[in-house]
Design a protein around this ligand. Structure first.
Ligand SMILES: C[S@@+](CC[C@H](N)C(=O)[O-])C[C@H]1O[C@@H](n2cnc3c(N)ncnc32)[C@H](O)[C@@H]1O
Length: 676
């Protein structure tokens, strides 16, 4: 294989290094998926110079099995190009990196040097300089390459995520928000820029504004706050949301420049809660994610079109494969887990289990009614004296559609001294009189004219337990329809779990207070994989073990992000979704089908009963249980009549528990008092 004639320039972090020295690494890493892609003879590797205004003279030859080329383009310098068609999902580069610690980076003022344009954010706030082709991928708002950092191996893998034609430039996305770039991106062939996008017509200009100039950023935020105030003074009616936002900006302004910058950065921030700092995103580095990470995903695969690119070549969008479809990117920085002291004891005392109260949805209310063996209803039945009439009577009964009788078996046999009696249930007593039924039978078939309707008291519902079945069959045989096993109260909960729940509740209350102090609504969430010591018995309950170590915390950011959908629960689910796309979570193989829904077998703590939208999101994510403090009787997802968490007409149900114990922090506003 030929050495790059252009090689690295003096401005390159590679210095005078010979690129051939990394070829074995690249070839080795790629060969697994290259199947027969032998390097072409050098004669065929000549870079194209005839189109696209490519500048001759600076190109390399192809240097790896995928025949990537380095070509220069006016306005954006060198870039990486495909010299042959590549299928989606092709690993085109697996580049080793040089890691520079955060201290070295800062002390060496490397951000201000040429390296600042080439560094990838790395774990623990460090930066990495990618060898091989890694540093030469240009930015595109509609990239065709994803990259995944692996801090353990010290490499960055670059993979096409849609098919690429020979001659296409291979681009990654440095940031979905082009206003955070430190240069004015130019548009490549067949590329969409942010400024073309309907979403953001000013993104290009934003790039100029977001320099390192702190004064400009602060001035911009102050202007925004002034606009907000002017709007308020204009005598318009303002929503509580507008007012909260204005108060938030005022608060930030009162904190001085730093506060204004924070507010500005937060509004602009697109990374998920939990990602470390917004500064890294606006810093002049190709920061494809925010700073620190143990192993980090990078590219934002989402193009800036409104519609996702649909391409038959796309690899399956499994988050377990690490191909992120998610807008949020950032490092794996897990929020600390709960600290708790498991208490001894086999069972909870009466006082203890009263600390948790089930939020009962409509199904449970219905099931409670079903549990009442004395709940009866009246039906008309006829006794069949001549077996040959049975068929006619059953045909007649099919004409009467009565949902309230669905749980009844049609025929009841009874044996007494006089012999065997067979009765067939036909209609509800409250829908017709005995005479009307008699006439209907005769009209249906004259052979039924002699039948006399008899009123019976029968069970109102199917049997949920074997015991109920025995009991109810004594009056009339009913169907057996066992209810999902669900505790009616916390009595069966292990005492250790109660302490764990207490720790979770204390934590969200503290987080809510912090959110409130920062100007947001005091609503906080913590979602976690419960410790194995408090799992239910897997063999009996069919409990799917949760993803170990997976956890996230979030709070409501509707005020600070000025966005109506940034509810705490949604923020938290989004963070879990993001975490599942990055190692180590992306590398875990689901234990069984359905085991890798976003919140499968996870527990979630939330200060306030979630709204219906958030409850539905929890249901879709298959959360296992939710603990909350403040109910929202009017519009909550649990305690209102919606009872989203436990409906028979939805395909998942989960437990919702209200914490009724002491609160470590002084009380937060109750849910119906804050506008959430
Ligand atoms: C990581 S380097 C990419 C390789 C670089 N083009 C080179 O020649 O070394 C990042 C720099 O490339 C340039 N660049 C990347 N994408 C660009 C784009 N879409 N438009 C203009 N310049 C771009 C910017 O100057 C940026 O600072």
């Amino acid at each position: 294989m030929t050495t790059s004639p252009a090689g690295p320039t003096s401005a390159s972090p590679l210095g005078g290094a010979d690129l051939t020295s990394i070829v074995p690494q690249v070839a080795g890493a790629s060969s697994g998926s290259t199947a027969g892609a032998a390097p072409l003879p050098t004669a065929e590797l000549q870079p194209s110079t005839d189109s696209d205004g490519l500048e001759p003279g600076t190109e390399t030859s192809t240097i790896n099995p995928y025949l990537l080329q380095v070509l220069s383009r006016p306005g954006r310098g060198r870039g990486v190009f495909a010299s042959r068609d590549l299928a989606a999902g092709t690993l085109i580069e697996d580049a080793p990196v040089l890691v520079i610690t955060q201290k070295e980076w800062d002390e060496g003022r490397m951000n201000d040097s040429i390296l600042g344009e080439y560094g990838f954010c790395w774990s623990n706030g460090g930066m990495a300089i990618g060898l091989g082709m890694a540093s030469l991928f240009n930015h595109s708002a509609s990239p065709n390459v994803n990259f995944i950092r692996n801090s353990t191996a010290g490499t960055i893998a670059f993979r096409t995520f849609r098919s690429v034609k020979a001659g296409d430039e291979l681009c990654i996305c440095y940031s979905a928000d082009e206003s955070k770039l430190w240069f004015m991106p130019t548009q490549g062939k067949n590329e969409t820029t942010a400024s073309d996008s309907e979403e953001d017509m000013t993104a290009g200009l934003g790039a100029l504004e977001l320099s390192d100039d702190e004064g400009a950023a602060a001035a911009k935020a102050v202007k925004k706050a002034e606009r907000e105030t002017r709007r308020q003074q204009g005598g318009k009616t303002h929503s509580a949301r507008d007012q909260r936002r204005a108060r938030y900006l005022e608060k930030m302004a009162a904190k001085g420049d730093q506060g204004v910058k924070e507010a500005e950065a937060k509004s602009a921030q697109e990374v998920a809660p939990g990602s470390q700092d917004a500064k890294a995103i606006v810093a002049p580095t190709p920061v494809h994610a925010s700073s620190s990470s143990s192993t980090v995903i990078a590219s934002e695969a989402k193009p800036r079109h409104n519609r996702p690119i649909v391409n038959a070549d796309l690899p399956p969008p499994l988050h377990s494969q690490g191909s992120s479809r998610h807008r949020h990117v950032g490092p794996v920085v897990l929020t600390p887990d709960l600290e708790w002291e498991p208490t001894a004891g086999a069972t909870l005392t009466e006082d203890q289990y009263a600390l948790l109260q089930r939020a009962r949805g409509p199904v449970e209310v219905e099931e409670d009614a079903d549990n009442d063996n004395t709940a009866m209803m009246s039906v008309w039945a006829v006794e069949v004296h001549e077996p040959k009439l049975t068929r006619y009577i059953l045909d007649f009964s099919k004409q009467i559609v009565e949902p309230r009788m669905r749980h009844l078996k049609r025929v009841r046999k009874r044996v007494d001294e006089a012999g065997e009696h067979n009765y067939i249930a036909l209609a509800m007593v409250d829908t017709m009189s005995g005479d009307e039924l008699h006439k209907a039978l005769a009209d249906f078939n004259p052979v039924l004219a002699n039948l006399v309707p008899i009123a019976f008291e029968v069970p109102r519902s199917a049997a949920r337990t074997q015991e109920q079945l025995r009991e109810r069959n004594l009056t009339w045989p009913v169907l057996f329809s066992p209810a999902a096993p669900r505790p009616s109260d916390a009595r069966g909960m292990p005492p250790a779990k109660l302490e764990w729940v207490r720790a979770g509740i204390n934590r969200i209350l503290r987080d809510a207070r912090k959110a409130q102090a920062a100007g947001d609504l005091p609503v906080a969430v913590f979602c976690t994989s419960p410790p194995e010591s408090i799992w239910p018995n897997i063999d009996i309950t069919g409990f799917i073990p949760p993803t170990p170590g997976l956890r996230a915390a979030a709070h409501d950011t509707r005020v600070s992000e000025n966005h109506p959908l940034r509810h705490a629960v949604l923020n938290c689910i989004a963070e879990i979704a993001r975490l599942r796309t990055v190692p180590p979570f992306s590398e875990l193989v689901p234990l069984r089908n359905g085991a890798d829904y976003l919140l499968t077998s996870l527990s979630l703590f939330v200060t306030h009963e979630p709204c219906v939208m958030c409850t539905m999101a929890l249901l879709h994510s298959r959360v296992r249980e939710v603990f909350f403090v403040y109910p929202r009787k009017r519009a909550g997802g649990f305690e209102s009549s919606y009872g989203v968490h436990s409906r028979r007409d939805l395909n998942h149900r989960f437990d919702a528990w209200r914490w009724c114990g002491d609160l470590v922090e002084e009380e937060l506003p109750v849910a119906d008092e804050i506008e959430i």
